[in-house]
Design a protein around this ligand. Sequence first.
Ligand code: HEM
Length: 413
Amino acid sequence: MSDATLFEQVKDEANRADPYPLFARLRETPVSRQSDGTYVASTHAAITSLLHDPRISSETLPPADRPKTGNPVSDWIVKPIRDRITDAHRPFIFRDPPDHDTLRKAVMHEFTQKRVQALRARSHTLVDEILTKHAGSGNFDVVDDLAYPLPVTIICELLGVPTQDEPKFHGWATQLATALEPDTMADEEARAENSRTFETISDYMSGLIKEKRRDPKDDMLSGLAVGGGPDVPKIGDYDLIATSVLMLVAGHETTVNLITNAMLALLRHPDEFARLRDDPTRAPRLIEEVQRYDPPVQFRTRRALTDIAIAETTIPKDSDVILLLASGNRDPAEFAEPDRFDPDRTGTRHLGFGGGLHYCVGAPLARFEAEAALTALARRLNNPRLAADPPPYRPGSALRGPKHLRLSIDGIR
Ligand code: HEM
């Protein structure tokens, strides 16, 4: 029987740099009840099964409209609807079918090949511009200097947010991402601050959507605002606001962490860094291995809609269920030598982008942004060395990644 405080220890900042030994202990019981009544699924098999189980709900915006919060209206619900306290206008990552599927379908329709390819090319240009700006410098912070600016620009360009407004999005995205952290959202003040940010960004998006309706351009928000044709669901204004905020938040800090976690793994495995420099076509397999070995989204929360019997445990109806994706990725029953960083693995079924209905819609974007960043860093940084190992981490345990990744370098080529 594993220790029922293990997940508390995972959330403890003292364990942020290396939670993986705790995951190994959690896996001794594939689905374990923690002392706060939460259930944690930690093996690849249990997580995969629950990701595909319709008895599990995503309508959990932590900690959801349940009595223990005492403050249900502070969840992310677009404004006029807030008074009626309904789930109807939350972002679709926090929704179940059929609403989830309708909204996701409309978004997928706007992820055109043409848009994705244009942004892919744009990522390479942006990365090169950023690195050139830092040429001649003796140090480089992968987080502040590259990993942060890149995704926010790409997501703003995808949505059609004017360039001059991009700086506002950095702050908003970082603040809103705390909604994925169970501990932050259990704190009333933190929740209230998060909700205020959601309102501010909702107001901004509402104005922008009106503008796109009046004068549509070739961007995702215009496409969603005017509707994409007979087979594509039309989204109402409030759902459109919630969806655009979701795209911004989901596409930002996650990608920052992927680039940074990848660079950290490469600098800890200098042979792999050199191989990437000599052969940039290794980038895709490297990125998949980082998504397995050290994924930005470590876990997601769900709720049991009914009693669920799984792996010798019964999860009672209404329990919170943590799907510990990052632990499933280190499960020796699924991956040979799971603690070894090995980009040459084949056929890996990592959980870094989730699975089932909510599988990440932005995975292609995340992959090419990381590819642009890593290939350029390998090609252009001269003799990079980590200033601190482990680096300092941001507080989040669900969305986990270094706060800074400072390097000493002998210049940028
Ligand atoms: C969903 C990870 C980048 C948009 C997810 C999920 C994961 C994930 C694990 C599943 C959530 C769940 O099951 O509850 C990541 C990682 C990324 C990344 C690690 C970067 C490395 C992006 C980007 C975008 C994006 C760039 C937008 C352009 C979304 C959306 C969902 C989602 C909208 C919700 C899908 C749904 O509910 O159907 N992501 N993501 N993500 N992601 Fe990503």
